[in-house]
Design a protein around this ligand. Sequence first.
Ligand code: NAD
Length: 491
Amino acid sequence: MSATRFDVAGVSVSPDHYIDGRRVACVDTFECVSPIDQTRLGDIASGSLAHVDAAVTAAALAFPAWAALGAAGRAPYLQRFAEAIGRRADAFATLESSDAGVLRSRMAHGVVPRAMQNITWFAEHALTLQDRVIETPQARHLVRHDPAGVVAVITPWNSPLMLATWKIGPALASGNTVVLKAPEWAPLTSSLLADCAHEAGLPPGVFNLLQGSGAVTGAALVSDARLARISFTGSVATAKWIAKTAAANLVPCSLELGGKSAFIVLADADLDAAAATAALMYRNAGQVCLAGTRLLVHADVAAAFTERLRAQVEHLVVGDPRDGATEVGPIIHMRQLERVQGFVERAVAGGARVLWGGTRHPFGAQYFAPTLLTDLRQRDEIVQEEVFGPVLTLQTFGSDDEVVDMANGTDYGLGGVCYGNEAHAIAVAERVRTGFIWINSFGIRDLAAPFGGIKRSGVGREGGDWSFEFFCDVKDVVVPKQPFKASFSHR
Ligand code: NAD
């Protein structure tokens, strides 16, 4: 490992790429700055075209042997990979709260165990992937899932460890090799992930990490014609660019993008439960793609619901994400903070009323107060566009038809939440056009279930069998049932 490692609150981090089983240093670097107090955490490698070429070459060379191991041969490596993550649970929590502002409490109890499962669950599930056999009168079809080749994984800053492992797990388990491009605003836990891969003894080239900007390193990676798949999580604008670039090489993409999900509160909802769940939308300072940020509340219960939510929000602890009591941390970057503030200011200038928040929070330079805006029209920018900050909107409705129209009335279609009598809530949820919707709950994500969005929220599904469908090439081995007689008239 490189001698250039630096220290973040007692955790040693490599600033370098990880290519072909070793650390690769870089002359060009960029600064990694903490969103908590703007301290410089370290200088990180900034990948060039040559680094991208080296990483894809290493992954391509490693692919045949890794694929040939089969699911059973790969499983022990992946088990060790997950165990190495588990051994560093505290270090992952320290780093992701320091560079991404993710709540330390959430890392320890949610993200790190889930990151381990992302690896082990798919490794075990790959063992159960049998050839599907289709019998017809004339043939037996042995339908196989073959690994596709080199997979590029590109992740955003808001949950780097969880999102990287969610893609790397199934990609590696199904026999592909991986090049991960880490998010430049939160690069540290991806570097620790490379330490884990190394410690687990993954063969050189099976897992590679590139650090660097999207514009240079990311763009060069997705332009590489040797890729078999691109799995991307991030913004709509970047996804469009990646899809266009990948199309030039006919590389299939899975795109997990932004959201503007509805949080529906029907007149027959348990308002205390609905308000407690709605307050969770401020967690991670609202920088959560699947948050239900548009509160759509039946007019008959809007006042009672709003007061309950206000009571919840008054008790939210805004502060340092490294402190276990904190519930709302910083905004990732000053640019993002200004973007959030701009959305709120334009909404207010257009007639929106601030029920609470609406300004920066005094805790620190990159903090924004949990905010609720009302008096909105469906066409308003703040109702239509993803803010990605601690800003919720509240609109009221009078009928199921009206709330379904409002929920469906944006270009996004990632998730949703529906509180109400269960049968009623399911009936409404079935009419909302999204990739998923939670009934009287939020955030339940089982690895066996499909995840993804429609419209501007994404293309494709990952999770369970859907991950394997994406990361594998489906091949039909056709075995005739009668002796085959070659003939030009044969179909
Ligand atoms: P982003 O699109 O700016 O960046 C995401 C990643 O893409 C980064 O690693 C970046 O370096 C890279 N990138 C940027 N330009 C690139 C290019 N030209 N070629 C290749 N790679 C490039 O997104 P972000 O601001 O980091 O993340 C926030 C967005 O991610 C929000 O819209 C959020 O909703 C979305 N998100 C979606 C999900 C989901 O599962 N649907 C999960 C988390 C975040």
